[in-house]
Write a protein that binds this ligand. Sequence first.
Ligand code: NAI
Length: 326
Amino acid sequence: MNVTVTGAGGQIGYALLFRIASGQMFGPTTPVNLRLLEIPAGLAAAAGTALELEDCAFPLLRDVMVTDDPTRAFDGVNVALLVGSRPRGIGEERVALLEGNGRIFGPHGTAINAGAASDVRVLVVGNPANTNALVAAAFAPDIPAERFTALTRLDHNRGVAQLAVHLGVHVSEIDGLAIWGNHSATQYPDVFHATAAGRPVRELVDEDWLAGTFIPRVEKRGYEIITARGASSAGSAAEATIDHVYDWVHGTGERWTSAAIVSDGSYGVPEGLVCSFPVRSVEGQWQVVQGLELNAFSRARIDASVAELIEERDHVRALGLLPTAR
Ligand code: NAI
């Protein structure tokens, strides 16, 4: 398995690479080659991480390459983890990040298009993740759009954890939670189809708690972490990245999770937007959980987050960052 991690010298890279090399992403029998892509300023940190990877003597780790050349980094890649971008600082608005990050993800899409393995899977972690994935996919017209995804699994895991605490159950007893929309403060964590220890969550919580406590806590958890640590989430983001790829490769069975995938028009989300949905992974493909009834409370929140995705798409389109219509 050839795995490319961009931004490998950054804090998520540091939390992620050791877990991939130890077998947590692909299981205990799949050898991995790691390609660490950085900009020149980040090469020394990535090279240092490569030294530590060597020192771990991981049985599954075959090769580590450190480079600032996207063409080399993505040649033959099976799983591309696009982490490298500029993290949002305290109080910084995400719109300010769109242009600079769009100009990173275009070239990465081009290099993936040119050299990736035919089964390549792409997960964008770097923010604004949904729109960065849209840009990367637009620069990779030969690769099926459904291979481009963005990370909302961290939001999903945060929602599961907050719900479990509130209801006094273990996280393993929560099922059916969904993150809809954008990986941003407009995301909608939906508990209306969830169960806790087999009981419908909608019978255990009221709309005041949802609207006043749960939803803002999950939506703003990123800010809470930045304020507490002085840096954005890294350990939990790495864990969510592992979870997303593990489930994509191995399948989820009947269990749901959340992932931002290219919309096929389900639930009225415009086709082509990279939007978070409740999903299952079946035979290596994400599938939107179909047939859910959405009440007015949910519909309004999903529509608001989708409106933000449309606004971001229009912004990067105006900047010339969507060269191919998908
Ligand atoms: P960081 O600043 O520690 O690391 C980013 C690294 O990316 C740096 O080493 C930088 O040199 C590198 N980089 C920048 N441009 C690059 C390029 N063109 N090619 C290769 N590498 C490049 O940031 P951190 O904390 O690792 O976060 C990375 C991103 O992940 C941020 O955008 C952050 O907002 C996002 N994030 C997303 C989450 C999600 O749930 N989707 C959760 C947490 C963070």
